[in-house]
Design a protein around this ligand. Structure first.
Ligand code: ADP
Ligand code: ZN
Length: 730
C-alpha cells in the first residue's frame, strides 16, 4: 500500500478555504490523489480550492458524496506545512480555512500553467543576411543558449519584431512554447562576500556551524545599527544555499526591500524572489509556484512570506525583530517573529533574529537558554554610538506654536556651516494632530471613529489615522459655524518642515513621511537622493528610524522624546527606548562622529536616562524586573478580547456576561479584567469594548480561552476577536 495515497473513489477529507468548521468528504478523482494535493472540489454550485488533508470520515451518506474535480498542477502541500498551519491555528485560535487562505495568497493557482512563446538560436543559416538579421543572431550568439521573449529579443537587437519573425520562417531562430512562470536565477553563494572584521567573522562562523547541524535553533544577532548584522546573516544565507536549502529573509517594511534586494544582488550575483504587497500578481504567482518546486532559493519578503510552500526551508532571518509591524493586526492575528520560530522548529531550520534593540521577549528567551546570543560590538568603520544629550525643554525659551529649541537650532546651524546633514525626528505624520475652533473649543473628529482628524496640509485634507477617512479642510467650524477661527494645534512633520525652513531659509529641507509619496519607488528615489547629499536637513517620522543609510548625517534632533512614554501600553517604555536608540543610530555612520539631542520635559525619567547613558543592559534588567513583578509578558501570558458592534448596549452586555462566566479561565488560574471601553471606543462606526486575560506562563491558555468563548451566543452584528500576545491595546 502506498502511504498517504487514495485510489479513485476512496474517501478523502478536504480542507477548503471556505469558512466551514470542518473538513468535507469527497471521493478521490480518477487517477487517485495524495495527501497534501491541492484540489478543486464542488461546493454547492461553486468550485473551490482545497487541500487533501486526510482520509475521509465516511459519516455522511456515501451516495451524496461528490468527487474531487481535479488535482491542481502545483507541488502538493508538504507534511511540515500541514503541521505548521495546524499548530499556528491552535496558537492564534484561528479557524483552519483562514490559515489555508494565508497559505494560498497567489492568484490563479488553479489555472493550468500559462504558456508563452520564446525564441532561441535555430539551426539554419538565413539565405540572405541583412544588418538587422545579423543583429538578432548576434544577440542570440552572445547569450549562447539563452532564450528570450519576442519583445525582449527585438529590443536587445534594436530591430522590429518582424525581423525576428522572418528569421523564424527561415529556421535561423527557433520559436518554442515555455511556461510563463520561470525559475529564479541561481544565486552564487561565493560571488561577492566582503572581508569581515574579527567579530563579524566569528558571528558568521557561529551561524554557519549552526546551519550545518541541520537542526532547529534560534540565534539573537545583536549589534548597533551599522555593525554589520546584515553582512553577517548574509553569510548564513550563503551557507544555507550551499547546503541546497532555501532561505527566507523577513523585513519589517517594504520600503526597505529595494535597498536590500540590491545588497543581495551584490552579494549573490542575482536578485532573489520577492514577496510583499508591492509585488505584481503575476510575480506573486511565479514566486509561490517556484518556491513550491524549489526553484527559488531565497525569498525576501513581508511576514506573509512565512506561509509560502517551501520545499526545504533551512533558514529564516527576521531583520529588526523588535519591530511592531511583525504583528499582523487584522485578519489572522499572528506575530511573524514567533511564527518564524514555530515554522523553523517544525522544519529543522535555523532562525536568526537581528536587531540593534531586541524585544524583551527575545531578551528573556536568551536568558532562559532557549536562544543563542551573538553580539557585534563595534560599528563597522566608525567606532561608537553618537554622543547623546537631553535638551531640558523646561528651561529653553521656545515661543508658542514653535518646537525647535535654541540649543537644537544652534546645533543644526553648526552642521550647516560644516556641510553636514541633520535629521529632525518627529514621529507624527501630517501637519497638526488637532484642529481646534478658537471660538467654541470644538476639536474636529472623525465621523465614524472616536479619534481626532489630523490635518494634512500637503494633501489639503483632514485625515483619520484610524480608518483612513479624509475630508476637505473646512473654513467654518462644523460645530458653531464661526468663520476663520479654526487653528492647528501641535506639530506634525509637515509643520516642522515650515518651522525649519523659516529658521534656515537657505538650507535644502526634505520631509520624509510615508504618506507624502505616490509609490514605494518614488519614496526610494527620494531617499537615495537625500542619502547622496541632496538635502541639508531631513525631517522625518519613524520611517527614517528603519534601516536607511545616510552617510553624511551627523546630527539627530528628537523634537519630542516624551511622545510614547505615556499611555496604557505595557511596552511603552520599551518602544520609546528602541525608537530613540534606532533614531540616534542614524547619526555618524561614516567617518565623522555623530551627536543625538533629545528634547524632553522629563529628563529625569528612567527611560530617558537609560537612553542617554547608553546603558542598555541596565535598562533591560530594570524593565524585566518590573514586568516579572507584574506577571506580564514575557513573564506571564496575555490575551486581548475585543468585542465590537454598531450596537453599544450589546457589546457591554456580552462583555459583562463574559467577565461573570469565567469558570474555564479560573480553572487554569487566569484572571479576566474588564469589560472596559477600548481607548478608541469607536472605529468605523463600531463600538468597541475590551477584556484582558492574564495567566501564568505554561498554562494551557488557548484551550481555556476557546472553552470560555464557546459558552456565549453572539448577536448577529457583534464581532469577537481574540488577540493572543497582544501588541497593541487601542
Ligand atoms: P547593520 O545591518 O548592523 O545595520 P550593515 O550590515 O548594514 O549593518 O553594515 C553597515 C554598512 O557597513 C553597510 O554599508 C555595509 O555594507 C558596511 N559593512 C559592514 N561590514 C562590512 C565589511 N566587513 N566590509 C565592508 N563593508 C562592510
Ligand atoms: Zn475614522
Amino acid at each position: 500500500m502506498n502511504e498517504g495515497f487514495f485510489h479513485e473513489g476512496e474517501l478523502v477529507g478536504v480542507l477548503t478555504t471556505q469558512p466551514l468548521d470542518r473538513l468535507l468528504d469527497y471521493k478521490a478523482p480518477e487517477g487517485g490523489c495524495h495527501v497534501g494535493a491541492f484540489v478543486e472540489v464542488p461546493l454547492g454550485p461553486r468550485k473551490v480550492l482545497g487541500v487533501v488533508w486526510r482520509q475521509g470520515k465516511g459519516d455522511y451518506d456515501r451516495a451524496k458524496i461528490r468527487s474531487v474535480i481535479r488535482v491542481l498542477d502545483v507541488a502538493p502541500m508538504r507534511d511540515e506545512m500541514r503541521i505548521f498551519l495546524s499548530r499556528a491555528a491552535e496558537y492564534t485560535l484561528t479557524p483552519m480555512p483562514a490559515m489555508l487562505r494565508l497559505a494560498t495568497r497567489a492568484p490563479g493557482l488553479g489555472d493550468p500553467q500559462s504558456m508563452r512563446k520564446i525564441y532561441r538560436l535555430g539551426g539554419q543559416a538565413p539565405d540572405r543576411m541583412t544588418a538587422a538579421r545579423e543583429k538578432v543572431l548576434g544577440v542570440l550568439r552572445d547569450y549562447g543558449g539563452l532564450s528570450f521573449t519576442l519583445r525582449e529579443l527585438a529590443e536587445m537587437a534594436d530591430v522590429g519584431t518582424s525581423v525576428v519573425k522572418g528569421l523564424v520562417k527561415l529556421g535561423a531562430v527557433a520559436e518554442e512554447e515555455a511556461p510563463r512562470d520561470t525559475p529564479y536565477p541561481r544565486l552564487d553563494p561565493d560571488y561577492g562576500g566582503k572581508t569581515l572584521s574579527d567579530d563579524q567573522a566569528a558571528g558568521a562562523e557561529a551561524l554557519r556551524a549552526a546551519l550545518r547541524t541541520d537542526t532547529y535553533g534560534t540565534t539573537l544577532l545583536k549589534g548597533v545599527t551599522g555593525s554589520g548584522k546584515t553582512e553577517v546573516y548574509l553569510e548564513a544565507v550563503a551557507e544555507c544555499l550551499r547546503m541546497g536549502r532555501q532561505a527566507l529573509v523577513l523585513l519589517p517594511e517594504i520600503a526597505l526591500s529595494g535597498e536590500f534586494i540590491n545588497r543581495v544582488e551584490a552579494r549573490f550575483g542575482m536578485k532573489p524572489a520577492e514577496w510583499h504587497s508591492g509585488v505584481t500578481m503575476t510575480e506573486r504567482r511565479r514566486c509561490w509556484r517556484m518556491v513550491g518546486q524549489g526553484d527559488a532559493q531565497l525569498v525576501v519578503g513581508a511576514r506573509s512570506a512565512l506561509f509560502l510552500p517551501y520545499q526545504n526551508l533551512g533558514l529564516i532571518v527576521v531583520d529588526e525583530e523588535h519591530d511592531t509591524s511583525y504583528k499582523q493586526e487584522d485578519g489572522v492575528l499572528y506575530n511573524a517573529r514567533d511564527m518564524a520560530v514555530l515554522r523553523a522548529a517544525i522544519n529543522g531550520a535555523q532562525v536568526v533574529l537581528a536587531s540593534a534593540t531586541p524585544s524583551l521577549e527575545s531578551w528573556a528567551n536568551v536568558e532562559a537558554g532557549k536562544y543563542q546570543r551573538l553580539e557585534l560590538t563595534s560599528r563597522f568603520g566608525a567606532a561608537v554610538m553618537p554622543k547623546m544629550a537631553a535638551i531640558d525643554m523646561r528651561v529653553e525659551n521656545v515661543p508658542g506654536g514653535k518646537w525647535v529649541s535654541p540649543t537644537l537650532r544652534a546645533a543644526i546651524q553648526t552642521r550647516l556651516d560644516r556641510g553636514e546633514q541633520s535629521l529632525v525626528f518627529l514621529n507624527r505624520r501630517g501637519y497638526a494632530p488637532i484642529t481646534l475652533c478658537r471660538a467654541c473649543g470644538h476639536q474636529i473628529g472623525c465621523d465614524d471613529c472616536d479619534a481626532r482628524m489630523v490635518e494634512h496640509r500637503f494633501l489639503k485634507r483632514l485625515m483619520c489615522h484610524q480608518c483612513g477617512e479624509t475630508k476637505p479642510m473646512p473654513t467654518v467650524c462644523p460645530s458653531c459655524g464661526a468663520e476663520d477661527r479654526l487653528s492647528a494645534v501641535g506639530p506634525g512633520v509637515e509643520r516642522m518642515g515650515e518651522e525649519i525652513t523659516a529658521l534656515f531659509p537657505k538650507a535644502r529641507v526634505a520631509v520624509l513621511s510615508s504618506d507624502l509619496y505616490g509609490s514605494a519607488r518614488a519614496m526610494k528615489a527620494h531617499i537615495e537622493e537625500i542619502a547622496d547629499g541632496g538635502t541639508d536637513i531631513i525631517i522625518g517620522t519613524q520611517l527614517v528610524a528603519k534601516g536607511h543609510n545616510f552617510p553624511l548625517l551627523t546630527l539627530v534632533g528628537v523634537i519630542d522624546a516624551d511622545l510614547g512614554l505615556q499611555g496604557s501600553d505595557l511596552r511603552a517604555a520599551e518602544r520609546t527606548f528602541q525608537l530613540m536608540r534606532q533614531v540616534a543610530g542614524r547619526a555618524g555612520r561614516a567617518e565623522i562622529p555623530g551627536e543625538a539631542l533629545l528634547q524632553t520635559y522629563q529628563p529625569e525619567h528612567a527611560v530617558i536616562r537609560a537612553i542617554l547613558a547608553g546603558d542598555e543592559e541596565s535598562f533591560w534588567a530594570a524593565e524585566a524586573a518590573e514586568r516579572k513583578a507584574a506577571g506580564v509578558p514575557p513573564y506571564g501570558r496575555m490575551a486581548g478580547i475585543i468585542l465590537s458592534s454598531p450596537n453599544v448596549q450589546e457589546v457591554f452586555d456580552l462583555g459583562g456576561e463574559m467577565a461573570r462566566r469565567d469558570a474555564p479561565l479560573r480553572q487554569i488560574g487566569a484572571q479576566v479584567f474588564g469589560p472596559a471601553p477600548a481607548p478608541i471606543a469607536r472605529v468605523r462606526g463600531r463600538h468597541r469594548v475590551r477584556l484582558l486575560v492574564k495567566a501564568d506562563k505554561g498554562v494551557p491558555l488557548q484551550k481555556a480561552l476557546s472553552a470560555w468563548a464557546g459558552q456565549f451566543r453572539l448577536p448577529t452584528n457583534l464581532r469577537l476577536t481574540i488577540d493572543i500576545d497582544p501588541q497593541s491595546f487601542y
